[in-house]
Ligand binder design. Structure first.
Ligand code: SAH
Ligand code: TMP
Ligand code: ZN
Length: 405
């Protein structure tokens, strides 16, 4: 029995992925026999409908001065965050002549850059010092700390209330969710908005994209659970917008209760989620069966290719790939190496299964028979880049099912 982080009800796991390492814990080969593992289980609270990790490693194990994820490496994501900033500006920031914008988890400044360039007052909160430093070098004001209630109160004292608090792919990382939502409530101005997006539970269930589940992702949100959570803090979900990023995300617009008339989209999405069964235990039982089948299919395919003497490499040493490799028990016998454009990952080995990470050049110069697309969420961008070069080579994906394309 575990206790729900949102409503304190008891709940049980519906799936166990076994021992998993730190998803972004890429390590030098010589240090690879001394790794931290935790038992990764997920459960669904039948009271508030929050889907969550049972246990999560300590935050300092995941976010620190050598955090290897740099948001701006993806060109498509740069465009996405420029649009995000513009949407929020035109919809919410025209009333106040001198608005204040806060971003929780600004990473290398991919979104705040768009506010800084327009001299809009802003503050980025980013605990991983190395990525925070990259943001600072772009002229962005950053505090390298973890966002929580105390930091929110301090920020309000120092800079005044925030007209917009923004966040992408961060809120789902934070287990002390009460401190985040009460902090947001403290920091927001009267008509202020909290706009955040994260991988969407509906997409994960529909696409069997179980690789969205890893140490950093403690919550898998839906409009149902976010509504519940908002109400608990006297806030209200006023709009939702589906996003194509990270294989299907949802953007949530939250404000003080009564500050805005909620858009029809909210009720519509909640109805759709009930039709999809995101409030029913059977849905998650079915999800588990689909995950098990996905593992069988992927391992079966990789073993078959190996028997045929084919060379398979991985494309994109994503944090998501850590779940797939460790859950499916795939090592360098089946995947020769993984190509990745992040300098901090190159020359190291993957967490848990110790597959070598090589720079993109190794992939281009030594092209394999098959490339397993771990960065499937960037498929469009990657296909544009690979173009004709890969026309007679083959790709493997496992979302929504195991397939060669
Ligand atoms: N917003 C970026 C980065 C997402 S990666 C994007 O969408 O690409 C997640 C980031 O959240 C990391 O940079 C991590 O350091 C940061 N983070 C984790 N816990 C946090 C907290 N409590 N407050 C603020 N940032 C946090
Ligand atoms: P993400 O799925 O968490 O955004 O991580 C994407 C990873 O894939 C990151 O380590 C960078 C890498 N990558 C490439 O190697 N080539 C590419 O073209 C893209 C878009 C990403
Ligand atoms: Zn609950």
């Amino acid at each position: 029995m575990s206790q729900c982080r949102v409503c304190n009800s008891n709940y049980e796991p519906f799936i166990n992925f076994g021992p998993q390492p730190i998803a972004n814990g890429f390590i030098p080969e010589e240090k690879s026999n001394d790794e931290y593992f935790f038992e990764m289980k997920v459960g669904h609270c039948e009271n508030c409908n929050m889907v969550q990790l049972i246990d999560q490693p300590d935050r300092e194990k995941m976010f620190h001065g050598e955090y290897p994820f740099f948001s701006s490496l993806s060109k498509h994501m740069q465009v996405h965050f420029k649009n995000f900033a513009e949407t929020v500006t035109t919809r919410f920031l025209t009333q106040n002549p001198n608005p204040f914008v806060v971003e929780i988890g600004c990473n290398d400044g991919i979104m705040l850059k768009n506010f800084a360039e327009k001299n809009i007052k802003h503050l980025g909160v980013e605990p991983s010092e190395n990525v925070a430093k990259v943001a600072e070098e772009k002229g962005i004001r950053v505090t390298s700390r973890f966002f929580d209630y105390d930091l929110a109160a301090e920020t309000r004292d120092k800079f005044g209330p925030a007209d917009a608090i923004l966040s992408a792919n961060v809120i789902c990382h934070i287990p002390y969710i009460d401190s985040i939502f009460s902090g947001v409530e403290k920091l927001l101005s009267e008509k202020g908005v909290f706009v955040y997006e994260d991988p969407y539970l509906g997409d994960i269930v529909e696409k069997t994209s179980y690789d969205q589940i890893y140490d950093e992702h403690v919550f898998f949100f839906s409009a149902i659970s976010v509504s519940y959570l908002s109400e608990k803090f006297n806030l209200e979900l006023i709009d939702v917008e589906a996003q194509p990023t990270h294989g299907g995300s949802m953007r949530y617009y939250i404000a003080r209760k009564g500050a805005y008339q909620p858009a029809e989209n909210v009720a519509k999405l909640i109805t759709k989620e009930k039709e999809l069964g995101l409030d029913k235990p059977e849905t998650f039982e079915r999800f588990r069966a689909n995950v098990e089948k996905s593992r069988e299919d992927l391992v079966g395919l990789l073993k078959k290719l190996k028997n045929e003497g084919k060379r398979v490499v991985g494309y994109g040493a994503t944090s998501k790939s850590t779940t797939v490799l460790n859950y499916c028990n795939i090592d360098r016998e089946l995947i020769e190496f993984i190509s990745d454009t992040t300098p901090l990952k190159q020359g190291k080995v993957s967490p848990g299964k110790h597959i070598p990470i090589k720079p993109y050049e190794s992939f281009k110069e030594d092209f394999p028979d098959y490339a397993l697309l771990f960065a499937w969420n960037h498929r469009k961008e990657i296909m544009e880049k690979e173009g004709d070069f890969s026309a007679n080579r083959k790709w493997i994906t496992y979302v929504p099912e195991v397939q060669i394309f």
